[in-house]
Design a protein around this ligand. Structure first.
Ligand code: SF4
Length: 335
């Protein structure tokens, strides 16, 4: 497996839980070698640790543990309605890792899981097999980095590279690798693959500093995206979640200018705009525990068909669309 920069992460996990079924798997061996000082704990099933009730997500986030497990079917899930499908009917996602190294205030994962520990499913080959079977029936648009940030984890487990190499051998497959990391160097040695879209989520500095803890600064993310575009990758920019912060119009208008001053617009494959929104149940669950952020201030929110968003989300979408349309043609902007 390919090495990559990421060794500052190597002291991150004090304990690694390993499912009995995962013990002899090569990916397990690869990861355990990277953490020689971590205490290894054998477990029967990852859910015994990950799904335990009454866990303190916030405390675990300060010192997450790693869990290595074998995923059982299903390997692919239908794309959720709240996510942009970029015009693809055959929209699916796969989660070979659960949870993220970063800690954004608005992250839905804290409402989705009981635990902040990071689960790595070591049987990546079974995910590839499932995709192969699906492709026998038609084309597939697959998001592989939804419930995690795979590129940020590349120094621990090189799944971004593995997916890219896999996609390069397939027809009728498009993969979106979404990230907030600046770790492009970890995959830079690979030849750009037309079946892969590298998607960077970007936010204004004012949002990043306040709500995106541990995420690399905007400037380094933009430089990573720029380098990828120059190397010939299809680069997507995801302007989401757009937050209704004080002076949001000025802040986001300046931000869009700043983005396209760094990355020439003609190097961008496409872009999307997503106003902050979240499943109502997850929103309620998170808002009970996150009194340290104003993201979940319900007075600004309304609920529509089980989704929480700002009452003015239509107006916000229009505003953001107009900003992007100054740089990108209509067909490259998804709202
Ligand atoms: S980068 Fe994405 S997945 Fe990771 S904490 Fe932030 S919002 Fe959540």
């Amino acid at each position: 497996m390919r090495e990559s920069k990421g060794y500052s992460l190597m002291n991150k996990f004090s304990h690694i839980y390993v499912e009995q079924k995962a013990l002899s798997h090569p990916v397990t061996g690869y990861i355990l070698e990277r953490f020689p000082r971590a205490v290894k704990v054998e477990i029967q099933h990852y859910k015994d640790v990950f799904n335990r009730p009454h866990q303190d997500y916030r405390r675990q986030k300060d010192s997450p543990k790693l869990i290595l497990a074998v995923k059982q079917e299903p390997f692919l899930y239908q794309g959720p309605e709240v996510c942009e499908d970029f015009g693809n009917d055959d929209f699916y996602y796969a989660s070979c890792v659960l949870n993220c190294l970063y800690d954004c205030d608005y992250c839905y994962l804290q409402g989705l899981y009981n635990s902040a520990n990071i689960v790595v499913f070591v049987n990546i080959g079974d995910f590839f097999e499932a995709v192969g079977k699906c492709l026998e029936y038609g084309s597939l648009y697959l998001c592989i980095s939804y419930d995690t940030d795979l590129l940020a984890l590349e120094g621990i487990v090189p799944y971004a590279s593995k997916w890219i190499e896999f996609a390069g051998r397939k027809q009728n497959l498009t993969i979106e690798l979404r990230t907030k990391s600046a770790n492009y160097g970890a995959i830079r040695g690979l030849k750009p693959v037309e079946q892969v879209v590298l998607a960077w989520s970007v936010s204004p500095q004012e949002v990043a500093r306040r709500y995106e803890r541990q995420v690399p600064p905007l400037e380094t993310r933009l430089l990573a995206a720029k380098a990828a575009a120059e190397d010939g990758w299809q680069v997507r920019l995801c302007f989401e979640p757009v937050l209704r912060i004080k002076n949001w119009q000025k802040i986001y208008a300046d931000f869009v200018d700043n983005v396209f001053a760094t990355i020439p617009a003609d190097g961008i494959f496409d872009a999307n705009i997503g106003i902050f929104r979240m499943n109502k149940e997850q929103f309620k669950r998170i808002s009970r525990s996150r009194l340290d952020t104003d993201i979940f201030a319900q007075s600004m929110m309304h609920s529509d068909k089980g989704v929480m968003s700002y009452a003015e989300d239509g107006q916000m979408k229009d505003f953001m669309y107009r900003q992007l349309a100054r740089y990108l043609p209509e067909e490259k902007i998804y709202v």
